[in-house]
Write a protein that binds this ligand. Structure first.
Ligand code: ADP
Ligand code: ASP
Ligand code: MG
Length: 480
């Protein structure tokens, strides 16, 4: 008997057919005698609809909220009709009531003309409440005693709205107090992913895609034997399968590799997911709800599994490259500190940095929508240097993508960079900038957005990632 936290993503709870699959998976694990905690995302597309409606309201358009509310209701009612044979009852009444709160909130936002990060978290996290209720009610019909649990009762975070950080000690106490009695009485909790609350009970969210992180936080709190992330592909692949059709499932990867891949754009996992798992060395599996017998990917402490130096190629899109340039920067101490100080003050996260050795330029990559803000901050910071000509200019190249080559064995293997550049050269892809992380778990390059997919495919081919690794991978054993 194992204690398992199982998270189901947006597609896995996207409609009645998908929820049936989820029900089957949970029912089997439950009747096999495991202690199971389910974590669910909102139905695919619902979080985007909620966020877009709130943004539209801030622009004065509160009709968008009404139409989002109707669509969201219809999707849940349709699934409930199929799965539960009803569209009324306390669970559906609660969804209706929350949708009406959503419309009132959007009316208020339209009057105020702005949506605060705090209000956005309250709104964007509603979808998980809806799906958790639906899944819990469906499990009841399968004779699996179940209860929807809103994660604000369990996970305590700081006040960093939009990407809050859990306070693990308090979270552990609350989670155990609330969920262990349920598990003891053989009730299967269905917990809302993505959302949490501050000590004062104000709703926060863990960042887009954050339901994976919820599962890992609960796994940590409950000392789970394993954390299973059920999604819509056969595990973590060597590249995004939408871009590289011959991408393969990695049967095993290390925690650091998984985190690095996630950070560099492999959407299959929220980048912070492995953190709580690492602390307690809890294995994490990535599995396919729609192909549940596939062994998927097992994420383990060791980064050298499968014998390959390069494991995967990823891409982060919608970025801009900001360059601070000038001969007068040569040897001037503190320029870099001032550059990044200005970026931090404009509340922008810097994804990658590279400085030419001649010290005549510093460039760094930021999300596109933040680039103008950073440039303004830099122009302010260096007003004097720009005036006297010590710095020539601060400029932005829009529409760039970071392509990252990831693998724990890269640091011990010479010649990786030359193979990467050789492959790109052959395809005549221009590399705008390069950085190697100090961990040597990745080599990242900036290319123009138009070249990104070709670059990913060229590197994937150059390392034959579409072929099985030479070293045979051990067969995975699912715990009994
Ligand atoms: P969920 O809703 O289950 O959390 P996501 O859409 O967030 O699912 O993540 C799964 C998707 O991630 C896949 O459908 C796939 O298109 C995309 N993806 C990008 N890179 C990778 C990769 N390296 N391995 C697997 N999936 C990837
Ligand atoms: N529903 C949230 C999102 O779309 C969280 C998640 O699905 O993981 O970002
Ligand atoms: Mg996701």
């Amino acid at each position: 008997m194992s204690r398992l936290v199982m998270k189901f993503g947006g597609t896995s709870v996207g409609n009645a057919d998908a929820i049936r699959q989820v029900g089957e998976i949970l029912q089997k694990a439950y009747t096999d005698g495991h202690e199971v905690v389910a974590v669910v995302s909102a139905m695919r597309g619902v979080t985007d609809m909620l966020i877009n409606a709130a943004k539209a309201a801030a622009q004065g358009d509160d009709a968008a909220a009404r139409s989002a509310s109707t669509t969201i209701w219809e999707r849940h009612a349709e699934a409930a009709g199929v799965l539960l044979g009803r569209t009324t009852g306390p669970d559906l009444a609660a969804i209706k009531q929350e949708l009406s709160m959503f419309m009132h909130l959007c009316e208020a936002i339209a009057i105020l003309g702005e949506v605060t990060p705090r209000a956005m978290d309250l709104i964007s996290s509603l979808g998980e409440r809806f799906s958790a209720r639906l899944v819990a009610s469906y499990l009841q019909t399968l004779d699996v005693p179940s209860e929807a649990v809103i994660a604000s009762e369990l996970i305590v975070t700081d006040e960093c709205f939009g990407s809050a950080n859990p306070l693990l000690d308090e979270t552990g106490e609350r989670t155990r107090a609330r969920l262990l009695p349920l598990l003891e009485q053989r009730t299967l909790p269905v917990v809302t992913g993505f959302l949490a609350a501050t000590r004062d009970g104000v709703i926060t969210t863990l960042g887009r895609g954050g339901s994976d992180y919820t599962a890992a936080i609960l796994g940590h709190a409950l000392d789970a034997d394993e954390i299973w992330i059920w999604t819509d592909v056969d595990g973590v692949l060597t590249a995004d399968p939408r871009i590289v059709p011959n991408a393969r499932t990695l049967s095993r990867i290390g925690y650091t590799e998984a985190a690095e891949m996630a950070y560099f754009g492999a959407r299959v996992l929220h980048p912070k997911t492995v953190r709580p798992a690492v602390e307690k060395r809890i294995p994490v599996r990535i599995l396919n709800t729609f192909n549940p017998t596939h062994p998927g990917t097992l994420i383990v402490p060791d980064d050298t599994v499968n014998g390959r130096a390069v494991k995967a190629v990823t891409a982060i899109r919608n970025l801009a490259l900001v360059t601070v340039e000038g001969r007068g920067m040569l040897g001037v101490p503190g320029v870099a500190a001032r550059v990044f100080g200005a970026a931090a003050r404009s509340d922008v996260s810097v994804l990658m940095i590279s400085q030419s050795s001649s010290e005549q330029s510093i460039c760094f990559v930021v999300p596109s929508d933040a680039s103008r803000r950073v440039v303004q901050a830099l122009e302010q910071e260096f007003a004097h240097e720009l005036h006297i000509g010590a710095i020539d200019r601060v400029w932005v190249q829009d529409d760039v993508v970071i392509v990252a080559v990831v693998g724990g064995g890269m640091r011990r293997t010479p010649g990786i960079a030359s193979r990467v550049f050789g492959a790109l050269g052959e395809k005549e892809i221009n590399v705008v900038s390069i950085a190697q992380g100090s961990s040597e778990y990745n080599l990242s390059l900036v290319v123009e957005a138009a070249d990104a997919n070709d670059a990913v495919r060229a590197i994937h081919d150059a390392f034959s990632l579409g072929e099985p690794p030479r070293q045979e991978e051990p067969t995975l054993v699912v715990p009994e």
